[in-house]
Write a new protein. Sequence first.
Length: 452
Amino acid sequence: MIVAENATMRRDLASALRDEFEPFEAGDTAAAIPLLEEHLPELLLWDLRPRASGLRECVELLDALRESDLDTLVIVLSTDAKKTTALQLMDAGAYDYFVQPVDLDVLRPILNRAVEKLRTERENRILRDQLRRKDSLGGIIGGSEPMRGVFDLIRRIAASTTTVCIRGESGTGKELVAHAIHDLSDRRTRPFVSVNCAALPESLMEAELFGYEKGAFTGAVGTKEGRIELAHRGTLFLDEIGTLTPILQSKLLRILEEHSLIRLGGKRVIRVDFRLLTATNEDLEELVRQQRFREDLYYRIHVMPVYLPSLRERLDDIPLLLDHFVRLYCAANHMLLKSVSDDAMQVLKRYPWPGNVRELENTVQRIVLMADGDAITAKDLPKDLVQAAGRESQNRFRIPASGFHLENEVLNFEKRWVEAALQQADGVKAKAAKMLGVNKDKMKYLCRKHDL
């Protein structure tokens, strides 16, 4: 935003900066204030008026910005070359002070650095707020009982060298869990190397994982370290490990057993030391039964499973997640913080979220941009989401035409919750009983009843 009484100066500056920025103009303070509130600019170029009131007006503006929620850096342009004036304004909160005439070749990089500084500070502020929250861990948000169990498990296994398999539906945040384990481990200062096993065909994935020597295949014009080699002394995260082909499974198993590898086209044995974290949204046990996944590799990677609940299983976390994502995307789009109305919250809690947290984040990113006003209401939500939430509410207790066996459904429901509690409690029945709200005798009975 450019604030200057001289219209020619405003137009010339705006024209010169338009290729990198989106400038808009105001002739005085009265015109600038409503534009500041409407456009939320990151930078304000203020032409300091030479008259006596000019300095006072600039200081008043800086005071008002400091007391507001606006993240706007002020750069003062002035014909006054006195250091005392510059120091007074810098002490009042100005980011920089330029003596006119302004050299645009000098001003442009200053503006770019100012924007970068502002955005970095904004991101760091969001991260600090997130770290102070008791309901988050390593970027994972959640205060529900299932997520507290996940957080507790992450903290306990992070300091070990145990191989971890992170399991959960797509979009539940498995890579965030992997990062959290690495960041809390003794290897946190070493590399974290992530590989999506489903991203490349077998031939390319082999070269990506194991590396290659010059001339190993057509197009191999030089030597390249593989992802496994790059993870030496650090953490290797293999996402979607269930998609690895049998050949790659065999090669990975050998590396895990021998702690060494040979690049494609090479002969030299290279020692590797890494902690292995894997993730999958597939039923690995079923893949083993179908002989699509090696049983010996399964036991190698499935030492410590971490089960991430779907968003449907942690509906109490939706308000926390909404608050986090709304803050994130309001800041990213230079908007004042929006609230979420009760009617919108009810719709969002009824929706089944097949895409889990990733789908919720994408939805929030969209509605933050589309919502008018200070609050997100049910009217701002995507129509297909509202309709699906309505159907979910209607169908939640609808009995199928063929009927069903109520007693079996109740037994299955009970067994799933007991299994989940035992998993999150690492098999400690007393802790699982507390999670389920039953006494120890009842817990023993439930375990016998369901053969657990």
